[in-house]
Design a protein. Structure first.
Length: 76
């Protein structure tokens, strides 16, 4: 038997981010707006620092209240 190269597994295509619509953000998206990473964003949401609504098992950050909370709604 000859020793050949192992075949590598094909790369999985990257998943598209879900469209939360104009009124919602994902938790990592909301955290990124204030400089948090993914895990820190989920920790902040669990602690109640990021407002979260649950729809059918999906956790969505309402854009209006979040923008108001971080003071970004004043810039028009």
């Amino acid at each position: 038997m000859s020793k050949g190269r192992r075949k590598s597994k094909p790369l999985k295509p990257k998943r598209k981010p879900r469209n939360r619509g104009p009124y919602g953000l994902s938790i990592p998206e909301a955290g990124k707006m204030i400089g948090l990473g993914k895990n820190a964003s989920y920790d902040a949401a669990k602690a109640g620092k990021i407002p979260v609504m649950i729809f059918g098992g999906q956790r969505i950050v309402p854009r209006g209240p979040w923008m108001k909370q971080i003071g970004a709604d004043d810039a028009a």
